[in-house]
Design a protein around this ligand. Structure first.
Ligand SMILES: NC(=O)c1ccc[n+]([C@@H]2O[C@H](COP(=O)([O-])OP(=O)(O)OC[C@H]3O[C@@H](n4cnc5c(N)ncnc54)[C@H](O)[C@@H]3O)[C@@H](O)[C@H]2O)c1
Length: 329
């Protein structure tokens, strides 16, 4: 397995894939990152570029994991697919829709598959929420409120946040792109919206060139509205989704790790508490990737899913630019 980007998510995938029995090589332009990964696990080859990694290791590779900053995702995926090697691509696909569509075309012509890592899809409590909605547990859903709020300086305590790619718009950082997990979940749960309106701003004192505050309103037919608030400055952190239906409410919270359902005005919650840990969803993704790479399974999260997210993102940008509500075709 070739891990491209030996940073936070790349090292996590490397450890999980090594635990599944894979041999690991790594690519990173930073020598300190390569030294760190070789201290943490047995690494067969270390390379500064993906070209070198593919050149040396391609014949033996089961797959390539793209965990570099978002701006590099598409060219690196295309190089791996051109070499006929299966790809696990970290989200989001790319900084914009045009680059995403370039990859969609490459995947359509490739001999190897691509699995996209919108990893919260593999989170058991959210799978339960999806099942509850499919069972009509709260009747017709009218309003959903996503909140993802976490101060950027807390994300990677081992480095200055200004040095993290998230601080840099040109590397694909920012709340809109990086927290597009929640846009993906909205589409996963309810399909594509009809309309999008948004504000995408930098409001805080953070020393960054990327956006840090995003408010999106998605309009669906049949009387459903979905609001998403994403920010990079809140403390304490919050990851919650509240679904209000005609017959009750579902409340998902990451912390506490819980799904709660209530049907009455007083809020008598039926709670299901979970013990799963964050790494579990990455382990589940790694296992699916190994099946996909062997040809034993089809990817459950695809480039088409990634393209849908980028369509919403581009509509949000257009809405912010004009102040108008954007209608998706
Ligand atoms: N699924 C998830 O929940 C999840 C979690 C974290 C990160 N991610 C995604 O993973 C990607 C990386 O995020 P991170 O937090 O690991 O960032 P990071 O900064 O910790 O790691 C990125 C690494 O890529 C290296 N790099 C820079 N340019 C490169 C290049 N051209 N080729 C190869 N490597 C290069 C950097 O030196 C760094 O070590 C982002 O797209 C992010 O959105 C997803």
């Amino acid at each position: 397995m070739l891990i491209v980007g030996a940073g936070s998510v790349g090292r996590r995938h490397a450890k999980n894939l090594a635990a599944e029995g894979c041999r690991i090589s790594a690519v990173d332009p930073r020598g300190d990152r390569l030294r760190q990964i070789t201290k943490e696990l047995r690494v067969e080859g270390c390379f500064e570029t993906i070209e070198q990694g593919l050149h040396v290791a391609a014949r033996d590779l089961q797959g390539v994991v793209i965990g570099s900053p978002t701006a590099y995702h598409v060219p690196q995926c295309i190089q791996a697919l051109d070499a006929g090697i299966a790809v696990l691509l970290e989200k989001p696909v790319a900084p914009d829709l045009a680059a995403t569509q370039q990859l969609t075309a490459a995947v359509a012509n490739a001999k190897a598959p691509l699995l996209l890592g919108y990893t919260w899809r593999w989170w058991p409590p959210l799978a339960q929420v999806r099942a509850l909605l499919a069972d009509n547990a709260i009747g017709a859903v009218r309003h959903v409120r996503f909140v993802m709020a976490a101060h950027l300086a807390d994300w990677h305590p081992w480095e200055r946040y200004q040095d993290f790619f998230m601080a840099h718009a040109e590397q694909g950082g920012g709340a809109l792109l990086d927290e597009s997990h929640w846009i993906d979940l909205a589409v996963w749960l309810f399909g594509m919206p009809e309309t999008v309106s948004a504000r995408i701003e930098r409001l805080s004192d953070l020393d960054i060139s990327s956006d840090d505050n995003v408010d999106i309103l998605l309009g669906y037919p049949h009387g459903l509205r979905v609001s998403l608030h994403l920010d990079l400055f809140a403390r304490p952190h919050e990851r919650t989704i509240r679904f209000s239906g005609e017959k009750g409410t579902i409340l998902w919270t990451a912390n506490p790790n819980r799904v709660a359902v209530a049907h009455d005005a007083d809020g008598t919650w039926q709670e299901t508490n979970y013990t799963c840990e964050r790494n579990d969803m990455f382990v589940a993704v790694a296992r699916e990737f190994l099946s996909v790479a062997r040809g034993a399974a089809k990817p459950s999260c695809t480039i088409a899913d990634g393209e849908r997210v980028l369509r919403v993102i581009e509509a949000a940008r257009a809405s912010h630019g004009t102040g108008a509500v954007v209608r998706l075709a």
